[in-house]
Design a protein around this ligand. Structure first.
Ligand code: PMP
Length: 365
């Protein structure tokens, strides 16, 4: 579309043009108020409508049961790595299933506050999810933690893990939030930043079952205390008003474009286009992740093999850039490429990448 790049960024990521046009139009004068959302009180009637509207959209899209609170907090996913143990680790320990660098970071933070039980043996090769029959749960775990989609490694849980003893399941859904339906009632807590599928960085949605509130440690900061924020409707401190507004617009956009059924269907179409090219490339492209757990959101892959790989990958990025395809470089910890296909990336844009990949391969052979 015109001057806009084709943006495969892992996040912050593309926001739908439709949403950005509304933001642009309302930037200086929101609904005839003579001022914009960044400039209005978070206690104003207008902002109250914005935050309640965003909450209603989250509830409607995910069918959030009545006994769950929806909070909009700051500090990002990394903030939640601390908030989760500070609020929920009342037994002094929790189970963590590590499937990539983000769940590993969560462990590092949780270890400051209590005992972390590794559900599966430590590994640094994050290309799969260990079989559930091998998981070692501890009987006194306050919760079971996992990352639903590992943004760097491209490992995604196809469904909610089932755990024994009614242990509350906690999920980091930062990078697949609002990309498919999920049964919220199977979780104790879900959290996700907006900056991948639903807007800009600065706001993190937390969906938490209400019986888990009020168990926080004494030293838990009030700004990340779920009970305090819940009692104050996420306005204990000044919230990221503008980001909540943009997130609300993105959620409306999802509703207008078929809801989560459509987002899921599109994500399957888009990721299949890229995985198919990889699988049909006779090894020219390779994707390291176990097929069962391939992410629909982030596709890490390598280009070429052997001594020539580095040069070929540089060339790949360079050629892609010429076609205005940006942010395809993989995370520095894994190297290679990564195509991120969040909600705002279209099938047409993804097909352009797939076509380019085929053509680049043909040219290189
Ligand atoms: N979890 C996941 C799965 C992520 O992808 C990220 C960020 N890329 C985070 C947590 C951390 O989020 P933030 O940088 O907003 O703190």
């Amino acid at each position: 579309s015109g001057e806009r790049a084709i943006n495969f960024s892992p996040g912050p990521a593309k926001i739908p043009d439709e949403v950005l046009h509304i933001v642009q139009e309302e930037l200086l004068n929101y609904h005839g108020q003579g001022l914009g959302v960044m400039e209005m009180s978070h206690r104003s009637k207008e902002f109250e409508e914005i935050i309640l509207g965003a909450e209603k959209s989250v509830r409607d899209l995910l069918n959030v049961p009545e006994n769950y609170k929806v909070l909009f907090l700051q500090g990002g996913g990394a903030g939640q790595f601390a908030a989760v143990p500070l609020n929920l680790m009342h037994t002094g320990s929790a189970d963590y299933l590590v499937t990539g660098s983000w769940s590993q970071s969560a462990v590092k933070e949780a270890e400051k506050y209590g005992k972390v039980n590794w559900v599966a043996p430590k590994s640094d090769k994050f290309v799969s999810i260990p079989d559930a029959s091998t998981w070692k749960h501890s009987p006194d775990a306050s919760y079971f933690y996992h990352c639903s989609n590992e943004t760097v490694h491209g490992v995604e849980f196809p469904e909610t893990p089932s755990v024994p003893n009614n242990t509350p399941v906690v999920a980091d859904i930062s990078s697949n939030f609002m990309s498919r339906k999920l049964d919220v009632s199977k979780y104790g807590l879900l959290f996700g930043g907006a900056q991948k599928n639903v807007g800009g960085a600065g706001v993190t949605a937390v969906i938490v079952r209400d019986d888990l509130l009020g168990k926080s440690r004494k030293e838990c900061p009030s700004v990340i205390d779920y009970k305090v924020q819940s009692a104050n409707s996420s306005l204990y401190n000044t919230p990221p008003c503008f980001n909540i507004y943009v997130m609300g617009l993105c959620l409306n956009w999802i509703q207008k474009h078929g809801g989560l059924d459509a987002m899921e269907d599109l994500s399957r179409q888009k990721s299949s286009l890229i995985y198919d090219v990889i699988d049909r490339s006779n090894g020219f492209y390779s994707a390291p992740v176990d097929r069962r757990y391939r992410s629909r959101m982030n596709i890490p892959f390598r280009v070429g093999t052997g001594a020539d790989q580095e040069r070929v990958e540089k060339e790949f990025l360079h050629e892609a850039q010429k076609l205005r395809m940006v942010s395809l470089k993989g995370h520095r910890s894994v190297g290679g490429m990564r195509a991120s296909l969040y909600n705002a990336v279209t099938v047409e844009e993804t097909r352009m990448l797939a076509d380019f990949m085929e053509e680049f391969r043909d040219r290189s052979l």
